[in-house]
Design a protein around this ligand. Structure first.
Ligand code: C2E
Ligand code: MG
Ligand code: MG
Length: 572
């Protein structure tokens, strides 16, 4: 295995075409110390070997006099061959007068028999070197420290291989030594270099072993480069399993420099799409690799096109958010809530404010697409503030217009709860609109309670003391333990939509709704049922004592102007 790796990851491949057994063996022997040598008995066989080869040959040594197909014929026949015409050919013969003829036929050099090992090796080396400089790139091709290819050479090499290669599935792999700078800082550059060398040599080895598995005679395509100080790229025949590959190497690094947080972080783009440029295949693998930066629960991240698209979509939403707030592209919708226990007819009791994003290019986006995203990066605070303002303005407008107060529940995200200014912000908004906390209810999702129940309980109690009513939203979805729920402060229980959705399905689900009603009764709080879509659900909930109903049965969330119709109907 090791022999494949001497030069970077690959040794150059040399094809010897020679009919005489003894000469073939001598040449093979001379070259095998420096090259990966393949032997052919005649021109015909040589053409077949090149055609089948997965990795391009760097050089052909061609005997002139051979039966079946001699050297001249070989040169003649292959001068237009896709795979052979780019390979330099050195002709070998005892007939010096043939030199000019051979060069005319396309050979690049000429060696006379008998074979002198030093001459042959020197010529081979020079021709391969010259040829690479000429046809590939003039920039430095190797990384001094690790012996791996330079990035440009590596990319070019892949392109070359693939111009010869049939559709073999390949993986692009990016490996980063996370916090590598700490090794340099704590142990000095020598140890740092030592580790880079270790990774640079062992990593391709490990890949070759993993791809080769049982078949030790098989020589897989595995290329490596070091594009950046602590980053390695590998291009390898597709392998489904990389799990164990990095463990041993990581252990060796830790043995050399036991620095906390230093680890190998890996991004893999499996079975690359070869219609993409080589560079972008590695960009994708790098994207996956960067995704798990500082995430110590994960060593390997697999690139997925769908995931990438969704990441890009999210990134776009994050970028567009602030401007959209300024442009008022976010619209506050209102969904009515009806009290169903105040006589025969449902009575409009309040509304819930629900945000919509009318994106200038992407159209209407529902909160499910952006609220969890904005919660994860804190942007939701700004958005919630915007909604609270919109809700307060609507309450004031309705009061001014119709002389009635329709309280509005607003969603308070878990991020807001940790804002020490929360209370002041809310009171300030209410003040500006001549409202009091009784006019605006606050919905806090149950799972926020379980995140940090004591911290949250304190905030909630403070808000309650100012007169705010707190609704525990999505009750039953957060799996809070029953005994903790009874100690948490809230004024209204908002039953999760799933309970209502399933209640017509079977007896058990109906019993669950009864159980939620029981809990609320025990805690002495009213219940709001969300997601009520039909009369049957409404009647059952009414019989169970549910006080308030919200759902498509009455209306979907609508813009403020449309919501006025519900108030007008109520007061007419
Ligand atoms: P939520 O607070 O539990 O809001 C209720 C969701 O149920 C709303 O979805 C509403 O449109 C939907 N809904 C109401 N009645 C029915 C029904 O009968 N059937 C069905 N299938 N659905 C019904 P929406 O507007 O898509 O909001 C989804 C979630 O996004 C909300 O769940 C809330 O958690 C969050 N959200 C919405 N607006 C805001 C906001 O301004 N701030 C924050 N922090 N979160 C918000
Ligand atoms: Mg809600
Ligand atoms: Mg809810």
């Amino acid at each position: 295995m090791e022999s494949i790796l001497k030069m970077g990851v690959f040794r150059d491949k040399v094809l010897v075409v020679e009919d005489e057994f003894i000469n073939r063996e001598i040449l093979g022997h001379i070259l095998e110390g420096s090259y990966d040598v393949t032997l052919a008995e005649n021109g015909r066989e040589a053409i077949e070997i090149v055609a089948k080869s997965k990795v391009p040959f760097s050089l052909i040594l061609l005997d002139l006099l051979m039966p079946d197909m001699d050297g001249f014929k070989f040169l003649e026949e292959t001068k237009d061959d896709e795979k052979i015409r780019n390979i330099p050919i050195i002709v070998m013969t005892s007939d010096e007068s043939a030199e000019v003829d051979c060069i005319r036929h396309g050979a690049v050099d000429f060696i006379t028999k008998p074979y002198m090992p030093e001459v042959i090796l020197a010529r081979c080396e020079r021709i391969i070197e010259l040829y690479k400089n000429k046809s590939i790139i003039r920039s430095a091709e190797k990384d001094e420290l690790t012996g791996l290819y330079s990035k440009d050479f590596f990319f070019e090499y892949i392109r070359q291989i693939e111009s010869h290669e049939e559709q073999k599935p390949m993986d692009a792999v990016v490996v980063n030594i996370e916090h590598f700078h700490m090794i340099n800082e704590m142990y000095g550059r020598d140890v740092g270099d030592e580790i880079l060398k270790l990774v640079g040599t062992k990593l391709p080895d490990a890949f070759i072993t993993s791809v080769t598995k049982e078949d030790v005679t098989y020589c897989p395509v595995v290329l490596g480069c070091r594009p950046d100080s602590d980053v390695f790229y590998l291009y390898s025949e597709h392998n489904g399993e990389y799990g164990e590959l990095f463990g041993e190497l990581q252990e060796e690094i830790v043995r050399l420099a036991p620095v906390p947080h230093v680890r190998l972080r890996v991004g893999i783009y499996h079975n690359v799409d070869k219609s993409e440029s080589v560079e972008s295949r590695f960009d994708h693998a790098k994207l996956a690799c960067d995704k798990i930066r500082d995430d110590f629960t994960k060593q390997i991240e697999i690139y997925s096109k769908e995931q990438n698209e969704s990441d890009l979509y999210h990134e776009r939403l994050i970028n567009d958010m602030e401007e959209a707030i300024e442009n008022k592209d976010f619209v506050v919708y209102f969904q009515p809530k009806y009290n169903i226990q105040k006589g025969d007819k449902p009575v409009l009791s309040s509304a819930e404010a629900l945000i919509r994003w009318n994106h200038r290019e992407l159209g209407m986006i529902s909160p499910g697409d952006f609220i969890p995203l904005f919660e994860s990066n804190g942007l939701v605070q700004k958005l919630d503030y915007y909604v609270w303002c919109g809700a307060a303005e609507a309450i004031k407008l309705w009061r001014d217009k119709y002389g009635v107060t329709v309280p509005v529940s607003v969603n308070v995200s878990r991020v807001d709860v940790y804002d020490p200014e929360l209370e002041n912000k809310l009171l300030d908004i209410l003040n500006r609109n001549g409202l009091t906390p009784a006019d605006m209810m606050l919905e806090i999702t149950e799972s926020a309670y379980s995140d940090d129940s004591t911290g949250l309980a304190e905030t909630v109690r403070r808000l309650q003391s100012k007169g705010f009513k707190i609704e525990m939203d999505d009750f039953g979805s957060g799996y809070s333990a029953l005994n903790t729920i009874t100690t948490l402060p809230f004024d209204i229980l908002k039953m999760d939509m799933k309970f209502v959705r399933n209640m017509n399905k079977d007896e058990k689900s109906l019993k669950l709704v009864e159980l939620v009603m029981e809990i609320a009764r025990f805690m002495n709080v009213p219940v709001v049922a969300e997601g009520v879509e039909d009369e049957d659900q409404l009647n059952k909930l009414k019989d169970m004592g549910c006080e308030v109903i919200q759902g498509f049965y009455f209306s979907r969330p609508v813009p403020e102007a449309d919501f006025r119709a519900f108030i007008e109907k109520e007061i007419s």
